[in-house]
Design a protein around this ligand. Sequence first.
Ligand code: PBG
Length: 332
Amino acid sequence: MKQMEKELVLEIGAPRPRRLRSNPLLRRMVRETQVRREDLILPLFVCPGSGVRREISSMPGNFQLSVDQLVEECRQVAGLGIPGIILFGLPPHKDAVGSSGYDPQGIVPQALRALKEAQLELVLIADVCLCEYTDHGHCGVLQGEEVANDPTVELLGREALVYAQAGADIIAPSDMMDGRVGYIRRVLDTQGFSHLPIMAYAAKFASGFYGPFREAAESTPQFGDRKGYQMDPANAREALREIELDLREGADMIMVKPALAYLDIIRAARERYQVPVAAYNVSGEFSMVKAAAQLGWIDEVRVRDEILLAIKRAGADLILTYFAKDVARALP
Ligand code: PBG
């Protein structure tokens, strides 16, 4: 016995964390983080016409859908237990001031009315921005080559109201203009929609990860970039200031976007603020996984689940993700 002790590599009583990893059931018992169906929000793209279901080439499994197809898709989504969708519109016409974005007969209001009529068990989130509706592809109206803040905010207020009137359950401004949350809040409150929550894209970075979305939403800027309104990826303190301002202006939930390269921001937001934190697992994050998986370089399901888990572990309550349906299907 004495002799054996000498041969011990670890000391008696040494910590052995592997004990809790020794079988699947034990691992399940001590698992700290889980992705649930209830955490997921699926982004969807609605386009004119009927019977249209056009796959977005850089985002396999995602489609531009006409209103009728969108309703069918949403029926499926609700059936999978996913609680919410966020809607983006592809209008038939674009102009310099994005007027199809705040047209009560526009594509998103049409979709919202049809979805309301279908009475699905689904929270309908309306993304509020002008980039899908302007012919130059910027998120607001231009003064020279600059996006003019205050005139844009006024139009965003109109857009938000039109979506509220068409049946949106949550308004989600994604433009990054200064003061838009406060303005939209005032518009909603004075027009009979004081009950409607605002999910603010509070810390939205000027990111290369939006590439595939711009194909999906046909919203690539025709010149320049969005760095004059979206945030510099280098800035974490500024992200907290943006969040602070949106909360002070009346945001009910905040969002960090993109997610994967900004887990530190998600964590900081979680620690500092008491409101629900959403994270947008954006198009580029989705497409990278799909593409590498198609090449056989990574295991799609493992990597997908690991990424979504990381976003939750960082502190997100909700995840907007193009993987929502796949994940909901895979959950027990
Ligand atoms: C609109 C908007 C964008 C995304 C969501 N809302 C694009 C952009 O800002 O260029 C990107 C979402 C994604 O990449 O999945 N302003």
